[in-house]
Ligand binder design. Structure first.
Ligand code: AMP
Length: 407
């Protein structure tokens, strides 16, 4: 019998998983540098959290959730996104004032699988809660941008927009709706179906992009506070030297966004799935979840797409490979000592020939090969630069120096 992973899911194994792990390490490091501690929430949540938090008209909620009853008859859902859960965790924690969290993990959406779109996918994300000012938006945007570029994506375009707030958006939506009613003969059935329920979504419809003409723009209808906020976000980005493109048609798929909306586009990727991530401000979300009015801003980035865009295809996870002329039992003890000293190391446990061990070392692309010749003898350290006999207690330092120089 053979089992395959369920449709739209995949197994992640080496060598791809090496690049994956490296990018996650960049994320751990970068989010810590910006002062975002880890936040981890359950993969399974009450369905209502997403219905209320993400919004009943969004495609994610209406079409894409993995929802089922557990054995106690409760309706639960595999999380399709991270923000609602994090804001729930923030509210439950009783924290007040400025609060930050960074997360990473699997998310689930029942979508039509294609390149860069799967039913289980991995996101990293950050949320900055409790701060109303534009400095929080700019910091969040900067964190995402620095992470994406540090992860090796060199063709990234930041797009930003403001989608207003509950004061200025409703009159704009009314104006947009009347405009769309007038041109609805030109639009796809899907878009026509959205005119009543969620007309903003039509603005970023891939099918109808070129048929929309000149719809009214949210940025022309912002109230004074939203307009000032938007100008400040742009001014902060300018002063950080982060390039961006204003995109008046950028809206986000999830209902909870207010004011700032942004997306990072991997311009080197196929245009159908080139959004590596996005986010925005969600000042109304906490109250939707039954909490006090609390501002917040955050993003989620798709790790799968970041890896596609970075072109990283996995490289060795080893510093060194240990070749033993004395059999596997002694190698096991030597390996243990070197690993305790921090060398990322592997060796052959099956007693294969020295020639076969060298072959494995080369296949694994270990930058250093360590040849163990016997107790009390120095280790023969072989690199592209040459060889050296090194006493075992100095091998780790020797290997680390060499590997660091390679970086
Ligand atoms: P969203 O929560 O829809 O804004 O998604 C944020 C990012 O997560 C997207 O830009 C993608 O990079 C990634 N993403 C969302 N859905 C999927 C999916 N089905 N498969 C792979 N990546 C996804």
């Amino acid at each position: 019998m053979s089992f395959k992973p369920p449709k739209g899911t995949y197994d992640l194994t080496s060598p791809q998983s090496q690049a994956w792990r490296d990018v996650l390490l960049v994320w751990e490091d970068m989010s810590a540098v910006f002062g975002y501690p880890l936040v981890a929430t359950p993969i399974l949540e009450a369905t209502e959290l997403f219905e209320r938090g993400v919004g009943g008209t969004s495609e994610v909620v209406t079409k894409q959730m993995y929802t089922f009853s557990d054995k106690g008859g409760r309706s639960v859902t595999l999380r399709p996104e991270g923000t609602a859960g994090v804001v729930r965790a923030y509210l439950n924690s009783g924290a007040q004032g400025a609060w930050k969290g960074a997360y990473s993990g699997p998310f689930f959406r029942y979508e039509r699988p294609q390149a860069g779109r799967t039913r289980q996918f991995w996101q990293v994300g950050a949320e900055y809660i409790g701060v109303e000012g534009a400095i929080a938006d700019a910091e969040i945007i900067e964190l995402g941008y620095r992470f994406i570029t540090q992860a090796g994506v060199d063709q990234v375009e930041l797009r930003i927009n403001s989608i207003g707030d509950p004061e200025c958006r409703p009159p704009y939506v009314t104006a947009l709706r009347s405009y769309l009613e007038e041109i609805k003969g030109d639009l796809s059935g899907e878009s026509v179906g959205l005119i009543e329920t969620n007309p903003l979504r039509i603005l970023d419809s891939k099918t109808d992009r070129d048929r929309l003409g000149n719809p009214p723009r949210m940025i022309d209808s912002l109230c004074a506070d939203c307009a000032a906020h938007y100008e400040q976000v742009k001014a902060f980005l300018d002063s950080l030297g982060i390039p961006y493109v204003e995109d008046p048609r950028l809206v986000r798929g999830l209902d909870y966004y207010t004011r700032t909306a942004f997306e990072y586009i991997g311009t080197g990727l196929d245009s159908a799935q080139n959004a590596v991530g996005g986010g925005g401000r969600y000042d109304g979300l906490a109250t939707t979840l039954g909490g006090p009015q609390t501002p917040g801003v955050g993003f989620a980035l798709g790790l799968d797409r970041i890896l596609l865009a970075s072109g990283l295809d996995g490289y060795t996870h080893l510093d060194a490979y240990l070749v033993s002329e004395m059999g596997p039992e002694e190698a096991f003890l030597v390996a243990s000592q070197l690993r305790a000293d921090g060398v990322r190391l592997d060796f052959d446990a099956e007693g294969r020939s020295v020639k076969a061990q060298f072959k494995t070392a080369r296949r694994l692309e270990a930058p250093v090969i360590l040849v163990y010749k016997g107790a009390d003898l120095p280790i023969d350290v072989q690199t592209a630069d040459g060889r050296a006999d090194v006493p075992i207690d100095q091998v780790a330092e020797h290997v680390m120096d060499y590997v660091l120089e390679l970086l």
